[in-house]
Unconditional design. Sequence first.
Length: 242
Amino acid sequence: MIAPFLFAQAAPRTGQYELVYIWGQATPEAKIIIGLLMLFSILAWTVMISKALQMRRARRLNRFFVVEFRNQQQVLDLYDRRIQAEGCPLFNVYQAGGVELDARLKAKGGKTRLEAVSLKGMEHVKRSLENTVAQESLKLESGLILLAIAVSGAPFLGLLGTVWGVMSTFGHVAQQNQATLSAMAPGVAAALITTVAGLLVAIPSMFGYNWLVHTLRVLTVELDNFAQELVSKMETEYLGED
């Protein structure tokens, strides 16, 4: 019972000393590459956490807004109440459509709304909604390029450090004329640590990127469907016969 306990206590220490030893054997080039990979890792985790919080908040606010939107009597009731919902993509689409429709109903600087809007005016409302949907999608998508760079670039950067380290090790062994395991192992181990660092950056970024892209597609579809529903209600209430 005592021996396994001592072994369990000693294993983490051995692993820690091994990493410190390998880091000490790494070339300056490998240390620079590992430093860059650490920077990529910090940026990747920052993007993943911030985008996950942003999309989670957007989905929650979208659910609340849809309930309020479908409970109103007329399509511009929420707009007339001057409600604000910062961070809600569906509300931003609704607000843009409400502003454009209100401007078309108050043509020629009038203060009172007309009973109907022309087909041409409704087309302007549709284009305003389409532009807002595209802008909201771009807002949700911003920052994902950093994750894509981390996923695709980190393994190659780590591989570069490994190849460079192995090349340096073989060059050193050739100069010393000592092709022994003790002479080669430290340099090769130090070279491989850059590949490990690259994979540690790329693997979490890959899972985070795939999840965020899926969530982004869901939100984009919700935006498109809501814009179509909003246009349909606006046309039902305010589109003129001519």
